[in-house]
Design a protein around this ligand. Sequence first.
Ligand SMILES: [Mg+2]
Length: 226
Amino acid sequence: MKLIIFDLDQTLVDFISVHDEATQELFKSFFSVDARLTDIDFAGRSLSDNFRELGKLKNVPDATFNEKSSRLFEAYEDAFDRKIPADASRHILLGARELLERLSRTDNIIALYTGDSPGIVASVFRVTELGRYFSFCLYGTEVATRADMVKLAIDKAKKMARRNFKGKDVVIIGDSVRDIECGKLFNALTIAVATGFHSAEKLSEAGPDYLFDDLSDSAKVMRAIG
Ligand SMILES: [Mg+2]
């Protein structure tokens, strides 16, 4: 039995256009600046960290940002939910649903960790129906680092299964260098997929145990998981 932790954005789904539109709209209305998510290296980080960095890049004073940040989050979740297409089939990445389907027929514990907030994940699950595959979700907006989410995931899995998950019992699947770096802190099995904004070359330099172009060959990914 393993604990398999999936990243969401650019690993299982691609809603970058929706994130980017919402970011542009909100930064314009809150801070009167033109800002795009793609102006920064957002991959594998929390929404809160990304907003803060984008604010700094666009010279939004810290005091202004802090004063408006909680309202910004609420408005972002509303904007994201308004903009997300009802038919999300083309936003689910190749092979993602099939892999989750196959894993759901095993005794492994499947978890989600993401830099998104609970509201964003709820919108994504509403239109993709991917939520049913996960035993639980961890959100980057509720903890300081990605590693904190993994710690919480291991604790939760331990309570659920009444056994420990150590080293390669933990599998992390993600599209960013930060997912691999985070997995290495736990000596976890790391599987990188080059469906995001970090190139296969950059991912390879981070030294994942496995690197795939995408999740389309789910049999191969299942073998890598072990
Ligand atoms: Mg990602």
